[in-house]
Write a protein that binds this ligand. Structure first.
Ligand SMILES: [Fe+2]
Length: 386
């Protein structure tokens, strides 16, 4: 079976890449970009700096700062209006996964019309949109290289997964210097999101040799470097390694798909506004424990790549060490359970059936080595409550 790999046409990686982002626009023959960012980054001046650099290339741009955490259909609609009203021909997203995901959804609707709901997995995306340059400021969601966007639909109470090659940004600018000021919690959560991407891509039923190489390299780095970046935020080499690993993990999962952790994580994010990486972290050890029996060799390979287990360990021992290591890592990174996060118990248990239904419908659990039933997903939600 051949693998169909999709990655951005242009990747700029390394310290100072941000300063070279504007020069990509003339290469793509773009003359009227819309910068998509959030209010925080706009107020911090980073969007203004980007705008100045774009102006220095003789190009006029505007800023749409309406991207929000857990991007909504409303925020996307506002962005589409800004794009159309401003007669823009391209997008430059600047921020965490939310800004990049918002820009992807704008791209999709500008080219295809309709409502974002119309393109929810498994529906296809017919046409490619305008050029999109993605500049992540976290390490990270991997959204800068992936063919996914996740948009919350307030009308149907769902975090929708939308997937397709047209969503892969045209260019990704991966500059770790933008992540140096990330607070501890964000560092831990986005880093664990990346680790989850790498592990899920590797154990996915849709894994291939390209995604495997990216995933193994990413998980090794993230396992070593995330605690360093967490405890020593000014450590440049840890930040640099994490940023590259997040992008590699993004390429891995984009080309192999994520699995049960992500499927179950989105509904927790929608209903309780738990940051994406944190809800992944709440789930990763328990879901790994549930899934490992179906692919012990794959999980054992993760443990060996991450240095949790030695080459001499048999698969079963390596898998045990992996599960134990993931639980321990959550303690080190101060990951709360849903209960400790402050979620209301009654509401959590009330929506478990809906969350399980949405998780299954997203398609991600079907990529898991052990494909769960609805009641098994419900049981996992109960198990992580604590
Ligand atoms: Fe993710």
């Amino acid at each position: 079976m051949t693998a169909d790999i999709q990655i951005p046409a242009i990747l700029k990686i390394g310290a100072g890449a941000f300063n070279e982002a504007a020069a990509i626009l003339p290469r793509l023959k773009c003359s009227r970009p819309l910068i998509v960012t959030d209010a925080f980054l706009a107020s911090r001046g980073l969007a203004g700096k980007l705008r100045e650099q774009i102006a220095a290339n003789g190009i006029d741009s505007e800023v749409f700062s309406g991207s929000v955490a857990d991007p909504t259909t409303e925020a996307v609609d506002q962005g589409v209006r800004a794009f159309v009203d401003g007669k823009h021909d391209s997008l430059v997203s600047l921020g965490g996964g939310s800004s990049i995901d918002t820009a992807k959804a704008i791209c999709l609707l500008v080219a295809n019309g309709g409502h974002i709901r119309d393109y929810k997995v498994p529906n296809p995306i017919p046409a490619s949109g305008p050029p999109h340059i993605a500049i992540p400021t976290t390490a990270g969601t991997g959204s800068e290289v992936s063919r996914f966007t996740v948009i919350s639909d307030s009308a149907t109470e769902e975090k929708m997964l939308v997937a397709g090659a047209p969503l892969v940004p045209t260019a990704a600018v991966v500059d770790f210097e933008l992540t140096m000021s990330m607070p501890r919690r964000l560092t831990a959560d986005t880093g664990t999101d990346s680790l989850t991407h790498a592990i899920e891509a590797y154990v996915s039923r849709r894994a291939n040799s390209f995604s495997d190489a990216m995933a193994l390299s990413a998980m090794k780095t993230i396992w070593e470097q995330l605690p360093i970046a967490f405890h020593q935020p000014d450590n440049r080499s840890a930040r640099e390694a994490m940023m590259l690993a997040a992008t590699l993990a993004g390429m891995a999962f984009s080309n192999a798909s994520v699995a049960l952790v992500h499927g179950m994580s989105r509904p927790i994010g929608f209903f309780f506004h738990v940051p994406h990486g944190l809800s992944n972290a709440m789930l990763l050890p328990a879901v790994t424990q549930f899934s490992a029996e179906a692919a012990p060799a794959r999980y054992a390979a993760c443990a060996r790549a991450m240095g949790i287990s030695s080459e001499q360990d048999a698969d079963a021992a390596a898998v045990s060490k992996l599960i134990e290591g993931l639980f321990r890592r959550n303690e080190e990174l101060e990951v709360p359970s849903p209960r400790r996060f402050g979620i209301a118990q009654e509401r959590y248990f009330e929506v478990i059936p809906t969350m399980a239904k949405q998780a299954l419908a997203s398609g991600s659990p079907q990529n898991n080595p052990r494909v769960p039933s609805t009641s098994e997903i419900e049981q996992l939600y109960r198990e992580i409550w604590q």
